[in-house]
Write a new protein. Sequence first.
Length: 115
Amino acid sequence: MSKDCLFCRILNKEMESKTVHEDERCIAFEDINPQAPTHILVVPRQHIASLNEVAAQDAALLGHLQLVAAQLAQQRGLAESGYRTVLNTGRGAGQSIFHLHLHLLGGRGFRWPPG
Ligand code: AMP
Ligand code: ZN
């Protein structure tokens, strides 16, 4: 828990979110400024600022976030059409909230390479 962290406040229910999944290791909620018809953030309960701060002991947690994203994509019928999971690390890559989170985006086409 970091008292200045927006996502910690959401995790503590001090702030509202449209939660779509909760388990002992993470929650997932709708992004407030969606960039695709489906735009969900999968957020670990543990406050880790970014991928720069992870350690070997976090490997299972990182895998879990991807598995939850895949399950949500399945539930929303995105498995066939395709979807994207994105983890921005550092301001130069577009990270604006320094509590690690995985974006799940789907429901439209995506270009490669990303902008
Ligand atoms: P990033 O830029 O990768 O750090 O992603 C942060 C994401 O959090 C952005 O897509 C924002 O739209 C989203 N966001 C910011 N505040 C909230 C909030 N209160 N509830 C849900 N999503 C949020
Ligand atoms: Zn946090």
